[in-house]
Structures are given as C-alpha cells and as structure tokens.
Design a protein around this ligand. Structure first.
Ligand code: NAP
Length: 252
C-alpha cells in the first residue's frame, strides 16, 4: 500500500483509534490532516511525530455545521485536494434509560446524534463534493459493533452508529458513479480513553471474554483495517461494513 501524494483527513486524530490511523497512513507515505476538537497539544505533538513533513493540524467541533464547513475549506486551502476522509471522532455516553430523567434522555440523544451521526454526515457531504470533482476518493466511517449487537446502556450511541452504517451504504450507491468508495469499519471493544474505565473496572474480564481472543483490540488493529479499505483496488468493496470485533459478535 502506498499513500504518497494522497491527502487523508482523520477526525479525532489526537487520541485513540484516530491517532493510530493517522500514524498508519503517514507510515505509508500519506499527508495527514490531523483534526482535533479540544486535544490541541496532543494533535500538534502527533503531527510533529509522524513520518514525513506534510502533516498539519486543524481544529473543529464537529457538532457545529459551520465548523465542519470551515474545516473542509481549510483542508482544501492547505492541500488543494482530499483523497481519504476517515470519520473517526465520536462520543460514547453510558446513559441507561432506567437512571435518566426525560430531560437528560433528550440531551444525551442530541449530543450523541450530533457528534456520532450528523457531524460525520456533514463531513461526508462536504468531502463528497470535492471528491466528485476529482472523480476519486475514499470515505471510511468508524461505526461500532453496538450498531448490530445493541447498546442497552447507550441506546443513542447504538442508534447513531446504525444510522452511520446506513448512511454509508446509501452514499456508496450515490457516489459509485463518481469512483468514490464509501465503507465502514465496525470495531468491538478497543483499548482507548473511551473504554479505559470499563476495561480497567470490575467488568473488564467479562468484556475481554466476549472475544475468543480474550482481549480488546488495539487501536493499531482498527487502523490497519481502515488503511486496507482506503487502498487502491478496493472500489468493488464499496458499501461494505468490516467487522473488527475479535469474533465477539458474528453475523452472516
Ligand atoms: P476516544 O479515545 O474517546 O477519542 C474520541 C475522539 O473524538 C477524540 O479525538 C475527540 O477529539 C473526538 N471528538 C469527540 N467529540 C468531538 C466533537 N464534538 N468534535 C470533534 N471531535 C470530537 O475514542 P476512540 O475509542 O478512539 O474512538 C474513535 C471512534 O471509534 C469513535 O467513533 C468510537 O465511537 C469508535 N469506536 C470505539 C470503540 C472502542 O472500544 N474504543 C469501539 C467501537 C467504535 P478531542 O480529544 O480533540 O476533543
């Protein structure tokens, strides 16, 4: 795989899966637009540490449509093209229905849908417009095993990720005539800030036991799946949802 002369925008790249993904693309020669929301120092340190010298940081709160538009404008102004969009940024709030007041329920749904579905949908739109002009591009959306398995303690998250899967498949159809690949990577448990409390808490062993590999994934294993979907020769796999869950939830 060779991503030299390719521009890759990774959202939420300062930490976790996004950081590993930025690393994976840079090691393969890509120029990475390192997006962050609040983790400015980590994003800058990452951009500096990546192999190659064409990496730049960009700030945006992706729950704001204006920020999404500004981000895409700044990326295009800087690089002049966009080859790969990885919609990785997201939030996960454990909010079981039984413990919530109606107001909290509504607020959780709004925050989660804005961050995990509407923001990525807006970036898909903006990136697609560029890629349609280029008649090439890859959009990879990071969904979750929870979209299939259910998220009893985070139903808004499960619903947002299921929506992201369907958005991706609709766009795969719509954008195929323009030579644009749209695919999904759906991880199970991955060791990042998002899951540290769960994996290090009393439920940790039970979570690891969900996979016959008896462990959570590393962020690098998810990044590996992302770069493979973004590689040349994958166009006919457009619309796919690649499960990377250590066989913890199998569907056929
Ligand atoms: P993480 O370590 O918690 O990082 C989340 C990232 O999202 C951060 O870089 C953060 O940016 C960014 N972000 C959050 N809200 C944002 C907003 N409003 N605007 C812009 N960026 C925002 O998460 P992770 O575990 O690496 O997860 C990455 C993706 O994988 C998410 O979509 C998640 O749902 C999915 N996933 C994770 C797991 C898992 O087990 N970890 C499993 C399945 C799916 P800043 O730090 O700069 O604010």
């Amino acid at each position: 795989m060779d991503f030299s002369k390719r521009v890759i925008l990774v959202t939420g790249a300062a930490r976790g899966i996004g950081s590993a993904t930025a690393n994976a693309f840079a090691r393969l020669g890509g120029s990475v637009a390192v997006h962050y929301c609040s983790s400015q120092k980590q994003a800058q340190a990452l951009a500096k540490s990546l192999p190659g010298d064409e990496h730049t940081t960009f700030q945006a709160d992706l729950t704001s449509p204006d920020d999404c538009e500004r981000l895409m404008t700044e990326v295009m102004r800087h690089y002049g093209r966009l080859d790969v969009l990885v919609n990785n940024a997201g939030i996960y709030e454990v909010k079981a229905l039984a413990n919530l007041e109606f107001r909290d329920w509504q607020a959780t749904w709004k925050r989660t849908l804005d961050a995990d579905l509407i923001g990525p949908a807006n970036l898909c739109f903006l990136a697609a417009k560029m890629m349609m002009r280029q008649t090439s591009g890859h959009i990879i959306n990071i969904s979750s095993r929870g979209a299939f398995r259910g998220e009893p303690e985070a139903p808004a998250y499960g619903a947002a990720k299921a929506g992201l899967n369907q958005l991706s498949q609709s766009l795969a159809w719509a954008l195929a005539p323009y030579n644009i690949f749209v695919g999904v990577v759906a991880p199970g448990f991955v060791r990042t800030d998002m899951t540290a409390e769960l994996l290090d808490g009393p439920q940790g062993d039970a979570i690891r036991a969900q996979s016959p590999l008896k462990r959570a994934a590393t962020p690098e294993e998810i990044a590996e799946a992302v770069v493979r979907l973004a590689a040349d020769g994958m166009l006919y796999a457009t619309g796919c949802i690649l499960d990377v869950n250590g066989a913890s939830y199998l569907r056929s």
